[in-house]
Ligand binder design. Structure first.
Ligand code: NAP
Length: 309
């Protein structure tokens, strides 16, 4: 690690989804010397969300893409451009963090905000991996248009499964929504829309045991959770929305997380390691929304500023 204090920045923000962009706006605007690192392109999961109906201030809703474009432009009024890079390790020595990137370069920083978000959980059943991109998908916005006039399956019972099933009705002629229980987890408004949509048929108390197909998906094997009975459902695509896994593997040994790897923070968004903050979907919390991610980012930036005083 370099001891050249001229090269030590105030705050490194890792991830440029809503949490990272929120942190960038607040940290940049408060005068901190910051850098923002993003593994893919800015936006996180929100950018592949067709429509966001509950971000305050947009009373008619807004597309995820447009909201992220606005957030980027706003953050960049105060923050430097987002740099491409993947963080693989973090160490702390004598109060300074040394952050290692996959290209073997290092960044020295006094504080860090982790805003790396989460990725879709997989079913881990036969056929899923082999048929990903050939009918198995985790992104309705990306792949929905390929399923025009087809019969498809959506797996899951939470907000994502319901919201994405509704979006897919723009393309598919019929959608089976497969849920492992007899009650949806999603918020009531989404449940009502799903249950009243003529194109969506619920398959309750069923799990997907296998996804069938060769060059592309032709169906899936369902198991009735009550009787154990197996049957094949003919579908041309399977969209999987069964929850998320936090992108925290690179940091789990250094700080406290819950059993699923979500980072535990205090009210300042500070982790168990002083100067290291977390914001957004990678954090252990009750409500994962764009609005709470942005809020986490603002609080984390405020916390980082406070640590530097
Ligand atoms: P989630 O709320 O954790 O729901 C996951 C769903 O998948 C549950 O219904 C769960 O069943 C089911 N499931 C989990 N593992 C499964 C398995 N192995 N096989 C079959 N089914 C399985 O996840 P999410 O819907 O992705 O949402 C993630 C977070 O983002 C949530 O906090 C959500 O509120 C938020 N979100 C919000 C919005 C919005 O506000 N519009 C949109 C999208 C996401 P059980 O119910 O039986 O556990």
């Amino acid at each position: 690690m370099s001891n050249d204090t001229n090269n030590i920045i105030d705050c490194l923000i890792i991830g440029a989804g809503p949490a990272g962009l929120g942190a960038s706006l607040y940290a940049g605007r408060s005068g901190l010397n910051i850098r923002i690192i993003e593994k893919l392109s800015p936006g996180g999961q929100a950018i592949v969300t067709d429509w966001i109906d509950n971000y305050l201030g947009f009373k008619d809703g807004i597309s995820g893409f447009e909201l992220i474009e606005n957030m980027k432009a706003h953050a960049l009024r105060f923050a430097p451009s987002v740099e491409n890079g993947e963080v693989i390790a973090i160490r702390k020595e004598e109060g300074i963090f040394s952050v290692e990137l996959s290209d073997r370069t290092f960044i020295a920083t006094r504080t860090i905000i982790i805003a790396t978000g989460a990725r879709p959980r997989k079913l881990n059943v036969p056929g899923e991996e082999e048929l990903t991109g050939k009918g198995v998908s985790y992104c309705a916005t990306c792949d929905g248009p390929f399923f025009r006039d087809q019969t498809i399956a959506v797996v899951g019972g939470g907000d994502s499964a319901c919201q994405e099933a509704l979006f897919l009705t723009n393309f598919a002629k019929k959608i089976y929504l497969i849920h492992r229980r007899d009650e949806l987890r999603a918020v009531k408004t989404l449940q009502d829309k799903v249950l009243n949509n003529e194109k969506i048929e619920m398959i309750w108390n069923a799990t997907v045991e296998e996804i069938k197909g060769d060059a592309e998906v032709t169906g899936c094997i369902l198991k009735d959770t009550k009787t154990g009975e197996l049957r094949e459902l003919k579908v041309g695509g399977v969209f999987i929305f069964i929850g998320i896994i936090p992108n925290t593997e690179f940091i789990r040994r250094l700080i406290k997380t819950d059993d699923l790897g979500f980072i535990i923070t205090d009210d300042w968004m500070e982790t168990s390691l002083e100067g290291l903050f977390a914001a957004g979907d990678c954090r252990a919390k009750n409500l994962r929304q764009v609005i709470t991610a942005v809020s986490d980012g603002a609080i984390a930036a405020y916390g980082a500023k406070h640590r530097l005083i």
